[in-house]
Write a protein that binds this ligand. Structure first.
Ligand code: E4P
Length: 218
């Protein structure tokens, strides 16, 4: 399973990278705005800075919602670095743009996916990744994990190569369940990745080992 960190914060990206388990980064316009990154040049430079930290897979989202605009923007984003994956919203022109990017060899991440039908369209258009938003589905009292399972099942039925990128992950249980279901990737806040480290028995066990060692060596 690949781990992506869902942030535009360079310190968090560095920390996740330094842990040695990071496979990529996803950003979105809200995450960029949260870091105060605005204006074309700043946005491009920020994506470049992210690409300089990680080994691959940096999702950069288009702002345009029309076909020509998405193509122009996506082509420009893809030129920043070969690690860039162009993130395209699941709308009609987005599907058409994904198809065209696929023809041009530009990798895509189809975002804002909330149904199996949308995921099927993304795969048929040739998206490299599909991003179902589990947490936001949970927010409307529907189990987001069921959607991950449904998409996994459908993609396996037909051998679609589109990778299932579980997004909008809120806690470690989401992440573990996604791994059980067989999501190819999970993108989550840094805290969810570092929370995987935590277990009280690890802390108690380590404390005891160190105390016993100290007693025997004093
Ligand atoms: C995915 O690529 C999105 O950036 C993200 O996972 C959205 O998560 P949120 O629902 O926590 O904003």
């Amino acid at each position: 399973m690949k781990f992506f960190v869902d942030t535009a914060n360079l310190n968090e990206i560095r920390e996740a990278h330094d842990l040695g388990v990071l496979d990529g980064v996803t950003t979105n316009p809200s995450l960029m705005a949260k870091e105060g990154i605005a204006g074309n040049d700043k946005i491009r430079n920020h994506y470049k800075a992210i690409c300089d930290i990680v080994d691959n897979n940096v999702s950069a989202e288009v702002i345009s919602t029309d076909y020509e605009g998405m193509l122009k923007e996506g082509r420009e984003l893809s030129k920043i670095d070969k690690k860039i994956v162009v993130k395209v919203p699941m709308i009609k022109d987005g599907v058409k743009a994904i198809k065209q990017f696929t023809k041009e060899g530009i990798r895509t991440n189809c975002t804002l996916v909330f149904s199996a039908g949308q995921a099927l369209l993304a795969a048929k258009a040739g998206a490299s990744y599909v991003s179902p938003f589990i947490g936001r589905i949970d927010d409307i009292s529907v189990d987001g994990l069921d959607l991950i399972a449904q998409i996994r099942h459908i993609y396996d039925n037909y051998g679609y190569q589109t990778e299932v990128l579980a997004a909008s992950i809120r806690h470690t249980m989401h992440l573990i369940k996604c791994a059980e279901i067989g999501a190819d990737v999970a993108t989550c806040p840094l805290k969810v990745i570092t929370d995987l480290l935590k277990h009280p028995l690890t802390d108690i066990g380590l404390e005891k080992f160190l105390a016993d060692h100290k007693k025997a060596n004093s």
